[in-house]
Structures are given as C-alpha cells and as structure tokens.
Design a binder for this molecule. Structure first.
Ligand SMILES: C=CC1=C(C)c2cc3[nH]c(cc4nc(cc5[nH]c(cc1n2)c(C)c5CCC(=O)O)C(CCC(=O)O)=C4C)c(C)c3C=C
Ligand SMILES: [Fe+2]
Ligand SMILES: [Fe+2]
Length: 358
C-alpha cells in the first residue's frame, strides 16, 4: 500500500496556496496581448488640447534632443504660445466632426477592429488586441495596465511605423518598457521590428498605387514618395530611418517594375532651423513643376494611417506649392489605413512575431 503520509509533495501541492482561497487575489485566465501603438493625436483642436499634446510630444528627448535647459524655455515660451493656434487650425480643417476625433484616431480604431476580427478567427479569445498612443490618449500606461489586469502574461508590442526611427519606434518602445516597470507581475514581452521590407507590405503599397493610377485619366509623370523628415544630424549619429525610407522606395519601384524617372524620395514636415533630411517635399514638387513635370502623384509610405501630416500638409500645403510653381495635376494617394491588403500584411507580421507563444 502507498504510504501517503511520507510521500514527497507533488507539483500540484506546490501550486496550492498556503492560505485560504478567500485570501488570494483572483487570477484571470492567461492570455496573450497584442498592443498596437501609434504616435498620438490631440483630444481636440482647441488651444489647451493642442498645447497639452504638443507639450508632451515636443518635450520627448527622442524627438527633440536639445538640452532641456536650452529647449524647455523656448518650448514653454514662444512655441507653445503660438503653435497650438496654427496647428489647431490645421487640425480643424481635417477633423472628423461626426466622431469628434482626428482622422488618425478614427483610422487606428478601424485598423484595430479589423485586426481583432482576424485574430479572433485565428486564435479565438486567447489573443487580445488593443491600441495605444505614445502621446495623449489612450496612453501606453493605461493600456499596458489594463492588459495585465485582464491576464495578459505575454505582450507583443507593435509600433505602427514601417521604418524604424528613434523619434517614433524607439520612443514608443521606451514608453512600453516604462509601463512594464510599474508591474508587480511583469508579462513576458516582445517588440515588433520595422516592417518596411516585408514583401506583403510592399505589395499592399504597390496595389494602392496601381489602383490610384488606374482610376486616373492621365497617368502621372512622377510618383513622389514623401516621408516624414527628421534632423539630418540623427542620420549622422546612427539612426537608420533615412536608409530604410530609401530602401522602401527602391523596393516599391522594383515591385512596380518602374525606373528612376518615375519615382522619387523626399522628406516633409521640417521643424525648426536645423537641416533635416533632403530633398524637402515642399521644394522638390515646385522644382518638378518648374522642370515641366506637371502631373504628379504623392504618397506617404512612412505613415500607416492618414493624419495631419498627410491630409493637411501634403494634400493642402504641398499641393499649393506644386500648383504655385505651375504644376497642373496633383493626386494624393491615401495611406494604407484599413485597406484589406494592409490589414493582411499586419496580421501576418503579428502572427509571425507571436511564434512559439500561441
Ligand atoms: C519636431 C520634431 C519632429 C520629429 C523629429 C518628428 C518625427 C516624426 N513624426 C512622425 C509621424 C507623425 N508626426 C505627426 C505630427 C507632428 N510631428 C511633429 C514634429 C516632429 N515629428 C509635430 C510638431 C506634429 C504635430 C502637428 C504639428 O503641429 O505640426 C503625426 C500626426 C499626428 C496627428 O494627430 O495627425 C504623425 C503620424 C514620423 C513618422 C516621424 C519620424 C520618422
Ligand atoms: Fe511628426
Ligand atoms: Fe541612408
């Protein structure tokens, strides 16, 4: 007969709490969290919403790396006095009044809803998918805390920037890790690397160009791939963003079967007096018009969703610069947003990065 009194404790005994059940915190069923992250956007276009958002954004040392002793007086003084008005007016011109939010918010919600459906079909309820923002709401802290509370013992963090930049991908990851620092029970975590060179992403981009060109009466003479800029110094100090943008254009050109006379790379949204990555989109489109290239299309492959920088800056300011220089036809090709091919590329990226977890 088995001597149960002297038997070694089993693995089950070791799992059993030494105290009464009523004394023990409830532990939710273990899940995997996928947290999408985008840049963030103001809650409104009024002065104070804009000021709050710009203050958080422009105080980030990954975005502007000047010494805070020099930068903060400038930011808190002249910049945050003036810019909330000018940027607020720009946001007002593109605001989604029906939903009471900016387009970046509406599109990020749509992307999340579609990916949630895809994940549900693939993994059932075991994978929870949410989005957060680096600046503003919903904050990275809130979402990480919520996921942990809901039982996410593993989290895949996915910054929605095709190309890596310190000012976008790295600061999003920094904030994710800061949120993890607060957790008593820290989930295992992974971050998704840049995805600009994935064939499915390039294919989604190419399909959107082909679709836009197919709908036009006359094919544009030039496709301008306009990427958000960063100071040139960041490139010299080792940030690979510039190279990843150049490579995105090359891969797109190869997939489309085009040559260098049909597609070009430019950088937009320069801020402050320093030199940024060149050529500047606003100047290059004017040069194209002056050279007799009067019919152009512009796309923005650094953005996974349309936002102020595309809908207002490209489609209003940059269009105006082109037309002012004699340009005749200007077509803005929207970002991939919640396009099915884009969602499929993001779904495949997530699934591959979950390998071994599901
Ligand atoms: C001042 C320095 C800035 C750097 C460096 C920068 C890099 C950078 N930004 C994006 C993507 C987005 N930027 C957006 C808005 C935006 N960007 C800056 C400044 C820098 N960006 C400002 C001040 C603003 C706010 C608008 C304004 O006042 O002009 C947005 C849009 C947000 C929205 O609500 O629509 C995105 C997206 C990338 C990809 C990038 C570097 C790679
Ligand atoms: Fe920006
Ligand atoms: Fe480069």
């Amino acid at each position: 007969m088995l001597d149960t009194k002297n038997a070694e404790p089993t693995a089950r005994d070791a799992e059993r709490p030494a105290h009464a059940d009523s004394d023990h915190p409830k532990i939710p069923r273990a899940k995997i969290g996928v947290l999408l992250a985008n840049l963030g956007t103001p809650d409104g276009y009024d002065y104070w919403s804009m000021r709050r958002y710009l203050n958080e954004f422009l105080s980030d040392k990954r975005v502007i790396d000047y010494s805070p002793f020099v930068w903060q007086p400038l930011l808190q003084g002249v910049i945050l006095t003036k810019r909330p008005f000018s940027s607020g007016a720009a946001y007002k011109s593109i605001w989604n009044n029906e939903a009471g939010e900016s387009p970046l918010m509406t599109i990020t919600k749509a992307q999340t809803a579609k990916l949630r459906e895809r994940m549900q079909d693939r993994f059932g309820g075991d994978v929870r998918i949410e989005f957060c923002m680096r600046y503003g709401n919903p904050s990275t802290f809130t979402k990480v805390e919520e996921m942990i509370r809901d039982g996410c013992q593993k989290i895949l963090f996915f910054p929605l920037y095709p190309q890596y930049a310190g000012a976008t991908t790295a600061t999003a990851n920094d904030q994710f890790f800061r949120a993890l620092m607060k957790a008593k029970w820290q989930p295992a975590s992974r971050t998704v690397p840049p995805y600009f060179d994935r064939p499915d992403y390039i294919d989604a981009l190419a399909q959107s160009i082909e679709r836009a060109y197919g709908a036009l009466e006359t094919k544009p003479d030039m496709l301008v791939c306009s990427y958000h800029g960063v100071p040139k110094r960041y490139l010299m100090e080792g940030d690979p963003y510039h190279c990843q943008c150049q490579k995105t254009t090359r891969l797109l050109k190869e997939r489309l079967g085009w040559d260098d006379t049909q597609i070009t790379t430019t950088f937009q949204s320069r801020f402050g007096p320093e030199e940024w990555l060149q050529p500047y989109t606003v100047e290059e489109v004017a040069r194209l018009a002056e050279r007799g290239i009067k019919n152009i299309a512009v796309c923005a492959p650094a953005f996974s969703a349309d936002c102020i920088e595309t809908l207002e800056e490209i489609n209003e300011e940059i269009r105006e610069s082109f037309e002012h220089a004699g340009g005749e036809r200007f077509t803005y090709i929207p970002c991939l947003n919640d396009d099915e091919a884009h969602i499929s590329a993001l779904e495949a990226t997530i699934t591959e990065n979950l390998a071994g977890w599901t």
